[in-house]
Structures are given as C-alpha cells and as structure tokens.
Design a binder for this molecule. Sequence first.
Ligand SMILES: CC(C)(COP(=O)(O)OP(=O)(O)OC[C@H]1O[C@@H](n2cnc3c(N)ncnc32)[C@H](O)[C@@H]1OP(=O)(O)O)[C@@H](O)C(=O)NCCC(=O)NCCS
Length: 273
Amino acid sequence: MPARLRGHLDRLDHALHGWVVDPSRPEASLELTLLVDGVPRASTAARLPRPDVAAAGLGGPACGFVLTLPAECLDGREHDLALQLPGGRPFQLPGIAPRTMLGRTRFQVLPAGPELLASAVALLRQSNVESALDPGLVDCDVVRHWLGGANDPSRRVLKLAQANDRLVGYAEVDRRMVHGAPAGLLRMSVLAAYRRRGIGEALLARAEQRAATLGDTAMWLTVAETNAPARALYRKRGFHPAAQVPLLAWRHAAALAKVKPLLGNPPAGSPPP
Ligand SMILES: CC(C)(COP(=O)(O)OP(=O)(O)OC[C@H]1O[C@@H](n2cnc3c(N)ncnc32)[C@H](O)[C@@H]1OP(=O)(O)O)[C@@H](O)C(=O)NCCC(=O)NCCS
C-alpha cells in the first residue's frame, strides 16, 4: 500500500467492500480501480459513509467503497486482487488475502488418511508461509505421522477441508487426558485464500461432533486475545471463557482459555462424523 494511504478490506462476496483515505487529503474521495489477475475489472470513488472509520479517528467520514466483481470472475477459483489509483501502481489493503477465492466455494470435510499426504504437506507448508514460518520445517515424515496418528481416536481427532482439489484447512483435537481432565486442546487453520466461507466453522463443528461421539464431554482451546477472527468463530460456536485454565493451556501464557461443553450425541440428521 502506498505509504500515504490508510484503508482496509472488510468483506468479499459478489463485491469487495472496504474503505481508503489519504490522510494528507482526508476529504478527498479517492478513485479506485480493482485489478483481478492484473486486469482492470471495476472502478469506483471511495465516498460511501463510514461513520465507524471517522469515529475511530482514522479518516472519513465518507471513504467507503464497494467494487462489484463481474460475474465471470466469480468462478470458484483463486485469483490475484489488487487496487490502483489513477496513474498509480497496484497496491493491496489489509483485511483480505491478495490471492483469494472468488465466488461460491464447494468444499468437503474429510477424515485424515495416508492418501492425503502430498496435499497435507502442501497445506502445512502454505500455512507456515502465511504465519511467517519456514515452510521447509514441514517434513514428509512428520506429516505422515500427523495423518497416521489421527487413526488413533483415543489420542487425536483430525479433520481436513478440501476445495478445488487441494486441502485448504484443518482442525485437530488432542484427546489426551492431562491429570484426569479432558484435554481437547484444539489447533485449526484455514488458508488465507479460503477464509470467511464457512470452512473454519464446518471443520470445528465436525471435530466437536467427532470428539463428542468418542465420549468427550468438553473441549478446551486457547486463543490469543488479539486473534479477532478466531475469537469470533469460537464465540459463534459456543465457547466461553474458562473459569479454570487447563494445564495444557499454561504454556500459552498470553492466550485465553475457552471451554465448550459437548453434547453427548450429534443432532439427528447431521452428517456422519
Ligand atoms: C480462525 C479461522 C480458522 C477462521 O476460519 P474461516 O474459514 O475464515 O471461518 P468461517 O468462514 O467459518 O467463519 C465462521 C464465523 O467465524 C467468525 N469469523 C471468522 N473470521 C472472521 C473475521 N475475519 N472477522 C470477524 N469474524 C470472523 C464469524 O462469526 C463467522 O461467521 P459469519 O461468516 O456468519 O459471520 C481462520 O481465520 C484462520 O485460519 N486463522 C489463522 C489461524 C488461526 O488463528 N487459528 C486459530 C488459532 S487459536
């Protein structure tokens, strides 16, 4: 993003919703063009009311925009998104991954299996890249063990999400008992290009359902106070702050422990875990 600009991409559906201001000219409505894979696809002036941005002292009050995507771009595939000011260079705003899926996502949640090895290696390497970790740390043997270990339901539940013929997310529950308490410590991630499409929620629901079927009565997790997307997801799924921090959460000193009681059996008509 040009140093002089401030802004954010808030939402992506059939259009890209966000706001942008030039703090040196806060009253100016910036003319924006949306590039999809480097091709100009939509233009608008950022002048929609954004009282929230103004109230936060970030700019405005009329700096919002909606850039409607042409129907042919909404093809369920990954695309590169960028914005451009007249005569300027392409730039990105924070909030939505620059390479992202457009249109409806068809995805399925799968149990772990050895046939997913190559795709799981690619998933974990990409997750590392997105977390600023070395993708080289993801080793085939470790991933084979990760997938294979999920076959032991007394220890772990692992659910994987697949879209566009690749794995795009996972949720993992650790079922080891620690000092007699149901652990259920959870890790989960969805690739940035596939977020905000219900994949994280579906993964979590299926992992909870499987754990409940196996007899777990509660699921613990820890989440950083600054991780707003994950906290919103966990709140939506019914997790609430834990009265007591489980032992496994101690090593995440900065994290907030949450707990959710799991009902014994999945609701009637729900898909098999
Ligand atoms: C947290 C994470 C797994 C969510 O995955 P996702 O597929 O984008 O989530 P979903 O699309 O299923 O969202 C389900 C709900 O979560 C909440 N949510 C998810 N992302 C959100 C965001 N960026 N802002 C606000 N709410 C958000 C919403 O309530 C959403 O429901 P809605 O779409 O009806 O509003 C994903 O952001 C991620 O992988 N983050 C990085 C890794 C991480 O933080 N893991 C958790 C560690 S504790």
